[in-house]
Design a protein around this ligand. Structure first.
Ligand SMILES: NC(=O)C1=CN([C@@H]2O[C@H](COP(=O)(O)OP(=O)(O)OC[C@H]3O[C@@H](n4cnc5c(N)ncnc54)[C@H](OP(=O)(O)O)[C@@H]3O)[C@@H](O)[C@H]2O)C=CC1
Ligand SMILES: CC(C)(CO)C(=O)C(=O)O
Length: 296
């Protein structure tokens, strides 16, 4: 089965390294230089047992036709618009972005099968061809549109070392991950800590619970205790990881705060709900994001 992966960052390289061998994988990069480097060296995966090299094929996006059974889109939420026009009309698409802001974009796509996923791994691209797997978790996937057949096939072929779990309801699945990112990402980014510290430090844990309460109320969770337990489990599973928001701020890159807290605050506004902690963290992240130069 042919798999395309658009975006050779932390998650794109992680998926490429684990899926290569089981599938015929092509990675689509932003630059020709990165594609040449991957074609020369493969993708180096660094994890507990020592590094492994996967001989993955790479091409720069937009430099030729894409002919894959499944194309996985692993760019940041705010980069999606730059790749949409290059995506094939044939074959299925799987979007792995955090947050829920991208759902309105997916509705406009003229593709038969669209899947969404929620990644509970921690990964960091160390160099253009090397990725560290800092926290092993699970990838949850669900159908957004079309038949689940292909997704079921892919999930069944992936081994226990890189499990993929098919969930029945995409909204419920993404809402669960959104709650996790709404809590873990801004707290770790502002406190400057690893994910694990949020549950290792009792004061941070209390703050995590308060922020979670606001997100859970906006998302209307019927099982908030189970959802909170899941957020804490993600903190423990990715304990050594620095969240993507913390890494983005450190690297001076834009964050996905609009897709995560911005989305929740819009929902809160629509329903006239107060969310003072989420609003405070949103302003703090926006203030650090581009040094607050963006207009309010
Ligand atoms: N990293 C993590 O641990 C986790 C990340 N996620 C989510 O996964 C998604 C991807 O995150 P992550 O991998 O960390 O992000 P990265 O910034 O590491 O990777 C994004 C990649 O997309 C590439 N890209 C951007 N625009 C284009 C384009 N037009 N054409 C081709 N490639 C493009 C970038 O290229 P270039 O480098 O050349 O700019 C970069 O390699 C995000 O939504 C994130 O929230 C979810 C769970 C964990
Ligand atoms: C799973 C987690 C919290 C891993 O850090 C993540 O999604 C992120 O960093 O954006």
């Amino acid at each position: 089965m042919k798999i395309g992966i658009v975006g050779a960052g932390s998650i794109g390289l992680l998926f490429a390294a684990y899926m290569n061998g089981l599938f015929d994988v092509t990675v689509y990069t932003r630059t020709i230089g990165q594609a040449e480097r991957i074609n020369r060296n493969g993708v180096r995966l660094v994890k507990g047992a020592g590094p492994l090299t996967a001989n993955v094929r790479a091409k720069a996006l937009g430099t030729g036709p894409m002919d894959n059974d499944l194309t996985i889109i692993a760019v940041k939420q705010y980069q999606l618009e730059s790749v949409l026009s290059h995506l094939p009309a044939k074959g299925a698409l799987l979007f792995l972005q955090n947050g829920m802001g991208h759902l309105r974009l997916l509705e406009q796509l003229n593709v038969e099968a669209i899947y969404v996923g929620s990644v509970e791994h921690g990964a960091l691209r160390e160099t253009p061809d090397t990725v560290s797997h800092n926290g092993a978790g699970l990838t949850r996937v669900a159908v957004f549109r079309g038949s689940p057949d292909l997704l079921e096939k892919v999930a069944s072929l992936l081994s226990d070392t890189f499990p993929m779990k098919l969930e029945p309801d995409f909204y419920e699945m993404l809402a669960g991950k959104l709650a996790a990112n709404a809590v873990i990402n801004p707290l770790t980014a502002i406190l400057g800590v690893r994910n694990g510290e949020l549950v290792e430090n009792p004061r941070y844990e209390k703050l995590l619970e308060k922020v979670f309460e606001e997100a859970a109320a906006i998302l209307g969770f019927k099982d908030p205790q189970d959802r909170l337990a899941n957020v804490k489990r993600i903190c423990r599973n990715t304990s050594e990881n620095r969240s993507s928001m913390l890494k983005d701020l450190d690297a001076g890159r834009p964050t996905e705060v609009d897709a995560i807290l911005g989305y929740l605050l819009d929902e809160a506004d629509d329903r006239e709900m107060a969310a003072p902690l989420l609003r405070a963290f949103y302003e703090m992240i926006k203030g650090k994001d581009s040094n607050g130069r963006e207009s309010c």
